[in-house]
Design a protein around this ligand. Sequence first.
Ligand code: PML
Length: 252
Amino acid sequence: ADAFNVRMRASAGDEHVSGAETIVVHDGSGDTEDVVASVAESMVERALKHPRGDPDDVTVTVERLSRQLRRVEALPVVTVDVADADEGRRVAQELLARAGVEDDIQTCGFDVIEGDTARRGAALIDATDGSRLDPKPARGVRATHIGTSDACRDALEALITEHGVTSAETVREAVVLATAIAHAPGTRAELCWSDDPDYDAGYVATPDAYYRFPALKPESATEGGRAIFVAPDAPVDEVIDCLETQPVLVNG
Ligand code: PML
């Protein structure tokens, strides 16, 4: 059946303002092309009305998918109640250790996220020796070709709302992305927080769960991003190909 990846990115000068993507699959009713057109339109609207500012460039890409769509279940969301970012960091390191990220290497993830504001993609880190595996560290690896069905989107947001979050949409998008990353070959764990200085939450995702920390990042930090810890024997080219181009549809 036809499936399309619809992606949007908006920028102002060299600054990234917002982005979004999803996958539209023919579900047997109606016209897939009509759905694709309306999804693209709502992404343009979202970009133009984004609270982070007025973009001067909005690009929407519609790509007919040629590769087999992989369907995976959304990771369960677990809230980790911590008093502050210091405690968040301690518990996050424990979770990373449990997921197979060696002691001493967990901090590499924090360092790389704190140290680089320019990189839009995720850093790939060897979970046992801390070496960087992505060939262009200034760019990182951009996990894309990821989406959810409408039903999954609604179900996930309803579930997430029970966790008392400020924006179920933000968390849902993070859960969907983390789910796709967790299912890539070789992923042991991912560490992420936002670059929005007013957004303190972050997460550790493993193949078992999305562990959400209401406080994780250093206070008011404008640095944010993703670090993906990969098993040492993982085929790096395959991992990157999977993250960047393998289409993944996340079900609720
Ligand atoms: C959450 O609140 O669970 C999402 C945290 C990560 C947000 C990442 C981002 O939007 O940059």
